[in-house]
Design a protein around this ligand. Structure first.
Ligand SMILES: Cc1cc2nc3c(=O)[nH]c(=O)nc-3n(C[C@H](O)[C@H](O)[C@H](O)COP(=O)(O)OP(=O)(O)OC[C@H]3O[C@@H](n4cnc5c(N)ncnc54)[C@H](O)[C@@H]3O)c2cc1C
Ligand SMILES: *[C@@H]1O[C@H](CO)[C@@H](O)[C@H](O)[C@H]1NC(C)=O
Ligand SMILES: *[C@@H]1O[C@H](CO)[C@@H](O)[C@H](O)[C@H]1NC(C)=O
Ligand SMILES: *[C@@H]1O[C@H](CO)[C@@H](O)[C@H](O)[C@H]1NC(C)=O
Ligand SMILES: *[C@@H]1O[C@H](CO)[C@@H](O)[C@H](O)[C@H]1NC(C)=O
Ligand SMILES: *[C@@H]1O[C@H](CO)[C@@H](O)[C@H](O)[C@H]1NC(C)=O
Ligand SMILES: *[C@@H]1O[C@H](CO)[C@@H](O)[C@H](O)[C@H]1NC(C)=O
Ligand SMILES: *[C@@H]1O[C@H](CO)[C@@H](O)[C@H](O)[C@H]1NC(C)=O
Ligand SMILES: *[C@@H]1O[C@H](CO)[C@@H](O)[C@H](O)[C@H]1NC(C)=O
Ligand SMILES: *[C@@H]1O[C@H](CO)[C@@H](O)[C@H](O)[C@H]1NC(C)=O
Length: 581
């Protein structure tokens, strides 16, 4: 494919033509609902319809939020430091490029609301969600769903749209012995139909912080993302990895039941016995695809302790070849570390001139293991690296200690390094044992890093491998892989040519190296590239045909659409419009 052809296939490059009839409704045209129709929706919602205001408007004269509450300077700071700021705003989201940089918080740049939804349903009950879905469907209005706006892929924002904001759908409850609504059925050896242990029911607006606080009060642990502010909706529907996923499976593997508003407006409960197809699709098929989830009930476990260690190495002689040889050795050990009960969130940082060499910084965690036992496993590895690669590579380990519970560990180790408020595109690949042990690891992972770093989250293992590949809709790659590896690029605002070059680079150069390294796996849906080539295979593999069939059946009119989402093939974004292909 020529460079230019690839560019024009990216939605940033709206060369295609389309007529009004083949697009979702555009404001200012006859197809857009009348003011009276919106007023009537607002009445149905008892006043919960919000006209969206770009959060960056606080820096721009003329916007209703201009210097209203927080000052521009305060917002500028929060923008780059606080996921909570973006989560708590009705239309805020983490990465500006998905808003087309249409209103950044600086008086020096333009501000329009074009990158944001037009209206937002501030849903506090299921009827609000129903009313929003019915309205969007009946009026051909583009529909999106936002819980926290933490999505790296831009799936929770869109121009010319109505957004259902699920942030205020609240409620948590504890069930000592889970009972499926509607009773049990015989699903063969499917453990879900027999499970009667502890469970937590969580309304879709509760975030991981609130949900884990609640579970912990009952002495339980559940799957959580790296930070309190991450929402449930995207995380669970997309898979959801956690510190305990290598032993317990993914968050999506642990869901017992959920309630969902379908494109028809119907509210249904789905579990192993009721609506099993929907239940299957909503566990891994992705957010905003077959409906708006109102609540999830997850299996919970008795809380376990966590020991941790920092482990790292670098090359003080700035010998990158030797660093990567040591890294290749280390990567090959990840599967056996996992089997031994130790997972890691690892970063490889690139060399910075002669200031610091390329570095592996691996945070190792072991549930239900003593720090002494963990040290006994890790120390020989660090010593071996020293013995084999010194003086070029030096390894060090530091015991972190033991925390009485995963909850306590998590409270003390919140993810505060994931960039927010920037313009960026990431890409990822799941690596199986073959890829991690491959002699090619050192060259291909190095290539994937480009000028930035890579992250290697070793979060798969016996827990994710225990489920059959068609257990739910998540990519079967989770059933064989150990490491979820991410790379990323920044895409500078207001520079379409550079953006396209960077997106091209991450899509066809950096992540191509990871695809070459692990041709048989896939990519984790939630931390991925919306421009991923052959995204259906990358995100769902052999589960895609069934997922697509369910999507087509439940949402024949494509009420739900997002870029690189299941069943998205029939539409494309053309500038601000969403049109039939
Ligand atoms: C700081 C940080 C740490 C993270 N740590 C982890 C981690 O440890 N493990 C991991 O697996 N992922 C992690 N993630 C990634 C996370 O899984 C995604 O960002 C995910 O999209 C978040 O879901 P959300 O609902 O909060 O986000 P949103 O941006 O609100 O939504 C994401 C997608 O889900 C849809 N959606 C949201 N709610 C619903 C709903 N109720 N019904 C239907 N669709 C819905 C949206 O339309 C959108 O498509 C992290 C992200 C960040 C920013
Ligand atoms: C919806 O109604 C409420 C209460 O009447 C009002 O405050 C709000 O501005 C209305 N929303 C829109 C978009 O008009
Ligand atoms: C307004 O400011 C107050 C105090 O600084 C804060 O508590 C509140 O959340 C802000 N509201 C909005 C909508 O930003
Ligand atoms: C959303 O609704 C909740 C509950 O009614 C309310 O407290 C909150 O202020 C609303 N948010 C906005 C931005 O209107
Ligand atoms: C790289 O090193 C220079 C000094 O040599 C320093 O100013 C800069 O902040 C460093 N960059 C990073 C990303 O660490
Ligand atoms: C924790 O480890 C002990 C042995 O050290 C074992 O008996 C117990 O089953 C483990 N608990 C879990 C939940 O794995
Ligand atoms: C590796 O060697 C370095 C330098 O001699 C030393 O500081 C470090 O402690 C050694 N690491 C281990 C695990 O022994
Ligand atoms: C693409 O990535 C390569 C490898 O890191 C780098 O050398 C090149 O400059 C990048 N291209 C662009 C346009 O940034
Ligand atoms: C990026 O990929 C293109 C197409 O495969 C290739 O021509 C180019 O050399 C690559 N650039 C780098 C820096 O690897
Ligand atoms: C982004 O904004 C530019 C104008 O600044 C516009 O030309 C382009 O169509 C917009 N792209 C999208 C995807 O909305």
């Amino acid at each position: 494919m020529l460079f230019f052809e690839i560019l024009s296939s990216l939605s940033l490059w709206p060369f295609a033509k389309a007529t009004a009839q083949t697009c979702k409704a555009v404001p200012g045209t006859a197809l857009w609902p009348s003011a009276a129709a919106w007023t009537s929706l607002n009445r149905t919602l008892s006043g919960a319809l919000i006209k969206s205001i770009p959060p960056g408007g606080v820096c721009h004269p003329g916007w209703p939020n201009y210097n209203r509450n927080s000052s521009c300077a305060e917002v500028q700071k929060l923008w780059l430091t606080s996921w909570a700021f973006h989560s708590d705003d009705p239309v805020g989201n983490g990465y500006n490029n998905w808003n087309n940089d249409s209103c950044l918080p600086s008086p020096l740049v333009p501000c329009t609301d074009l990158g944001y939804p037009v209206y937002v349903v501030n849903a506090t009950k299921s009827e609000h969600v129903q009313a929003g879905v019915n309205f969007a469907r009946d009026h051909n209005v583009r529909l999106i769903v936002k819980t926290s706006g933490h999505d790296f892929r831009g799936r929770s924002v869109a121009p010319y749209s109505l957004s259902i904001w699920t942030h205020n759908l609240l409620g948590l409850s504890y069930h000592a012995k889970f009972e499926p609504s509607g009773g049990r059925c015989d699903c063969g050896d499917n453990w879900l139909s027999a499970y009667n242990g502890p469970a937590i029911k969580m309304a879709a607006g509760e975030n991981h912080g609130a949900a884990f606080d609640f579970a912990n009060k009952h002495g339980l642990m559940i799957h959580v993302a790296g930070a309190r502010t991450v929402g449930l909706g995207g995380y669970i529907t997309g898979g959801g990895h956690s510190l305990i996923s290598f032993q317990k499976g993914l968050a999506a593997d642990s869901i017992l039941e959920l309630t969902v508003v379908l494109p028809s407006g119907d509210i249904v409960t789905a579990n192993a016995c009721k609506n099993p197809d929907l239940f299957w699709a909503l566990r891994g098929g992705g957010g905003s695809t077959v409906g708006v989830v109102l609540d999830f009930t997850t299996r919970a476990w008795q809380s376990e302790s966590v020991a941790d260690y920092a482990f790292g190495f670098g090359s003080p002689t700035f010998n990158d070849d030797r660093f990567w040889e040591a890294m290749g050795y280390m990567a090959g050990l990840f599967p056996s570390l996992i089997e031994a009960g130790i997972m890691t969130y690892s970063n490889i940082y690139p060399a910075n001139g002669t200031t610091s060499p390329t570095l592996l910084n691996a945070n190792m965690q072991a549930p239900n293991m003593s720090a002494a036992r963990m040290g006994a496993i890790l120390e020989p590895i660090a010593k071996y690296i020293n013995a084999t690669f010194a003086p070029d590579v030096i390894a060090e380990i530091f015991p972190g200690g033991e925390k009485a519970s995963y909850y306590e560990w998590w409270q003390a180790n919140q993810d505060t390094t994931t960039p927010v408020g920037v313009d960026a595109v990431i890409s990822s690949r799941l690596l199986d044992a073959k890829a991690l042990k491959s002699p090619q690891f050192k060259t291909l992972a190095r290539k994937a890093m480009g000028g930035g770093g890579i992250q290697i989250n070793v979060v798969g293992g016996p827990g994710t491998h225990a489920f059959p590949s068609d257990w739910n809709a998540v990519t079967p790659a989770w059933r064989t892989s150990y490491a979820h590896t991410l790379t990323g690029v920044y895409v500078p605002p207001y520079d379409p040519a550079e953006d396209a070059a960077q997106i091209f680079n991450i899509t066809y150069n950096l992540s191509a190296a990871l695809r070459e390294l692990a041709p048989d796996t896939g990519s984790y849906l939630n931390e991925a590239n919306s421009y991923e080539p052959d995204f259906q295979d990358a995100f769902w593999g052999s589960n895609y045909p069934r997922l697509l069939e369910i999507k087509r059946k439940v949402d024949p009119g494509d009420v739900f659409w997002c870029l690189g989402c299941a069943g998205s093939e029939r539409w494309q974004a053309i500038g601000e419009k969403l049109c039939r292909v």
